[in-house]
Write a protein that binds this ligand. Structure first.
Ligand SMILES: [Cu+2]
Length: 231
């Protein structure tokens, strides 16, 4: 499989001035940069996992989900109803990437990026088949409550008869890009130029963020969790 030869390059995203006045940057992030937390949806072995499955992110950070073959997805849920889309509240729905079919010959990985707008825990799962029941789930900013862990979520998920697929459009609550460009090793990767805006009716749009991005691809080892890009 081609992916076995490739190291994923993370797509690093810089916020433009479109966000000025609304951004709440963490103190550790230099001005003009944003932290991107890279999460792999599945892996070169086809594992039904998100890795890492627990992400701690500050307000304003990005969490970027990179999709491996064959066909995974990312949906937001609550802790209490694992493998089910988060119910709509106050016009806000959970994020939903849509299904992300990726062939084993693909040289790029689709990426779905979610902006962390607050530190409320965000539970998520793969809505494909029985993946959620198999443990393909995770959480951004897990709660302190020791009973509400990703392990507890997955234990409950295993008992779910059928995972729910959100009825919102794919791309809700985040930004989808054509993807990171895997490279044959470290060093630089070809840039993926372009711009995108936060779209949809999800959490980001509800927060009123008008975020434009520019993308530059840089070589980065899979598994690196946090990067900060100054520009
Ligand atoms: Cu999956």
């Amino acid at each position: 499989m081609r992916f076995s030869l490739l190291a994923a390059a993370a797509t690093l995203v810089g916020l433009t001035t479109a966000q000025s006045g609304t951004a709440t940057s963490s103190a550790a992030t230099p001005s003009g940069s944003v932290k991107a937390h890279v999460v792999m949806a599945s892996n070169i072995n086809g594992s039904l996992t998100f890795s890492p499955e627990t992400i701690t992110a500050a307000v304003g950070d990005l969490v970027q989900f990179h999709f491996y073959p064959k066909n995974h997805s990312l949906a937001q849920s609550t802790f209490d109803n694992p493998c089910q889309p988060m119910p709509q509240t106050n016009g806000t729905t959970g994020f939903w990437s849509g299904f992300m079919p990726v062939t084993s010959e693909s040289t790029t990985m689709p990426v779905f990026s979610v902006v962390v707008k607050d530190t409320t825990p965000m539970w998520f799962y793969c809505a494909t088949g029985k993946h959620c029941q198999a443990g393909m789930a995770g959480v951004i900013n897990p709660p302190a409550n020791p009973a509400r862990t990703i392990e507890a979520y997955k234990a409950a998920a295993a008992l779910v008869a059928q995972a729910g697929v959100p009825n919102t459009a794919g791309g809700t609550g985040g930004t989808t890009t054509g993807g990171s460009t895997p490279t044959t090793g470290g060093g630089s990767a070809s840039a993926t130029n372009g711009s995108a805006s936060a779209t949809g009716t999800g959490a980001n749009a509800a927060n009123g963020l008008a975020v434009s991005y520019w993308y530059s691809a840089m070589g980065m080892a899979v598994g690196a969790l946090v990067v900060a890009v100054a520009f």
